[in-house]
Design a protein around this ligand. Structure first.
Ligand code: 3UK
Length: 554
């Protein structure tokens, strides 16, 4: 790492974050191999994204828009953030380094609050809109959150959580006309604010993982990391321009959304359309009406939208990014048939902040995620961390300018080994350096001694005209240990039944190695997913384990 960015005195007064970083020996190795990644020792990401934008003359450009037509320029967004920063510091007593819970659906006010926290030197702890009191309490406790900015429409669960959150002393609501709300208070504040002089290595945000099982993990990202993410994928791979209008579905509380819908457009002087309830139908309407050019969403949303494309004008779209889970070749084809656009697939993670393996739209390979993007290196490793040759399946390991630092968590030693970040995914790389996703390592199905990657079977099933969505997991089996079991959601107009099951099984055997076919098929109305659209295969697996126990007991 450039020695200049290291060890600069912290700008934080409250040193909680610094005190709870993992020991240096457990940090990933950071690479700054591109000239644009040479950052100064002192950085505030809000200064870089807003104040510097004004200095570049972007003040009058549109920064963010809402569905109701509200439109803020860079100058206006900056002023709003400045006023809210005053509310945080002058009224709520925030000192640099305090953690601020940020809770709301994607909105202009939410974006202004995020920048206000950065400007004041606070640490943003954004939470998914659907989190319940218990989950909020866990996050507040873990990150020792002192302040909260909460969308007034989501205050109920926060109120329920508060008795269990003694550190949370200051709460203010936004999206409200109330006289003590953020809007009313900030109107009385000056339009200028002196941004906190943070070090490049001061923590800017703690991102909690979108969560499968167990205790939530918070990943700490520095001010430098926020800018580094914005200087990698968008520039080398997305090739967006200042005239682009971004939009999409991931919440700003999910780093996929924070990057794609806020940091990336603002880094280049482009604009972003923030949508509060971006279900597929609403997203299609918004695209037809506001004519965005760059879209960020998840595979399941592309599938749902593709089924309704005919009713909407999507001709404005230029670039479509998919992340969050593997993009099946069938979904890539479906979207291409519907819109003519080749999706840009990219794998990212909360721990890496954003995308690190991807491809430009001009060179997609169906079934592959892409190559390590400029600035990152990726490798497929064996069990003990030795690189495997092309063609062999193993553990994906990456390093680059960003990487994993869990807040006070022994699982740091699982994610980071020998300076590499291990994402928990099984991958294989070909001779050309293209990476092919196989499964989450814990979603691998071992059947009669063979390893079967659930997503590969799903990818084959999705090629069938009757299948809308599907999930393949291990189901306990006396003879084989486990079998591959498929849960299938049918498209309208197709009837579930044994005849279709046999047809699907035959179809899979024709598409991939026959031993991988689903020996059991169950038809369901929907599949369990996280708020970010990720399939929760572990829920189906646990259900099958439970059923097997019940069978055994009966
Ligand atoms: C899986 C993918 C195959 C993979 C994320 C872009 O998803 C994001 O972060 P999470 O922490 O989950 C990370 C895990 O999700 N995954 C994500 N993208 C892909 N698998 N192909 C893909 N394209 O298991 C990974 O380890 O929720 C994605 C940007 C920021 C993010 N936080």
């Amino acid at each position: 790492m450039p020695s200049s960015t290291r060890g600069a005195a912290t700008g934080h007064v409250d040193t909680f974050a610094n005190d709870h970083l993992p020991p240096r020996a457990q940090w990933p190795e950071f690479l700054f191999e591109l000239p644009e990644l040479e950052y100064p020792p002192r950085m505030n990401c809000a200064t870089a994204l807003l104040d510097d934008a004004l200095a570049r003359g972007w003040g009058p450009r549109t920064a963010i828009l809402a569905l109701d037509g509200t439109r803020w320029t860079y100058a206006e967004l900056n002023q709003r953030a400045n006023r809210i920063a005053h509310v945080l510091v002058d009224d709520m007593g925030l000192v640099p380094g305090n953690r601020v819970l940020l809770r709301g659906p994607n909105s202009l006010a939410m974006a202004a609050c995020w920048f206000a926290i950065m400007k004041a030197g606070g640490i943003a702890v954004a939470t998914m809109p659907l989190l319940r009191a218990k989950e909020l309490t866990d996050v507040v406790t873990k990150a020792r959150v002192t302040h909260a900015l909460c969308d007034a429409r989501l205050v109920e669960e926060l109120d329920l959580a508060r008795p269990g959150c003694p550190t949370l002393a200051q709460v203010a609501l936004f999206q409200t006309d109330a006289s003590d709300g953020v809007e009313a208070r900030s109107r009385a504040k000056p339009a200028a604010f002196a941004n906190c002089d943070t070090a490049a290595e001061d923590t800017a945000l703690i991102a909690f993982t979108s969560g499968t099982t167990g205790q939530p993990k918070g990943t700490m990202h520095f001010h430098r990391d926020v800018i580094a993410a914005a200087d990698c994928f968008p520039k080398s791979t997305l090739h967006a321009s200042p005239d682009d209008l971004f939009t999409g579905s991931p919440p700003l509380a999910f780093t996929f959304g924070l990057g794609g819908l806020l940091l990336f457009p603002l880094r280049i002087g482009a604009s972003t359309l923030l949508i509060e309830r971006p279900a597929p139908e609403a997203l299609l309407d918004a695209i037809a009406k506001h004519r965005p050019t760059v879209l960020f969403t998840a595979p399941t949303s592309y599938r749902a939208m593709a089924q309704q494309v005919a009713k909407h004008d999507l001709s404005s779209l230029r670039k479509c990014v998919s992340a969050g889970e593997a993009l099946p070749a069938a979904t890539r084809q479906l979207w291409k048939d519907a819109t003519g656009i080749e999706i840009i697939d990219g794998i990212g993670s909360t721990e890496m902040l954003h995308i690190f393996i991807s491809h430009p739209d001009s060179e997609a390979r169906p079934g592959a995620t892409g190559k390590a993007i400029p600035g990152y290196r990726a490798s497929v490793m064996d069990e003990v961390g030795r690189p495997l040759p092309p063609g062999r399946s193993g553990r994906l390991a990456v390093k680059g300018p960003t990487g994993c630092r869990y807040l006070d968590d022994p699982r740091q030693a699982n994610y980071v080994q020998d300076g590499w970040n291990y994402t928990g995914d099984a991958y294989r790389m070909d001779e050309d350096g293209w990476f092919f996703y196989e499964a989450r390592t814990d979603d691998m199905i071992v059947t009669a001694g063979y390893n079967v990657a659930g997503p590969e079977v799903e990818g084959a099933l999705m090629m069938h005209a009757a299948v809308s969505e599907c999930a393949c997991v291990a189901a306990p089996d006396e003879e084989r240990g486990s079998i591959v079991k498929a849960f299938v959601v049918l498209k309208p107009g197709h009837a579930a039944g044994e005849a279709l099951t046999r047809e699907l099984q035959e179809f899979v055997k024709q598409a991939i190695a026959p031993y991988k076919y689903p020996r059991a098929v169950e038809y369901v109305d929907s599949l369990p997913r996280t708020e970010t659209g990720k399939l929760q295969r572990f829920r189906l697996r646990q259900m099958e384990e439970q059923r097997a126990r019940e069978r055994g007991a009966a």
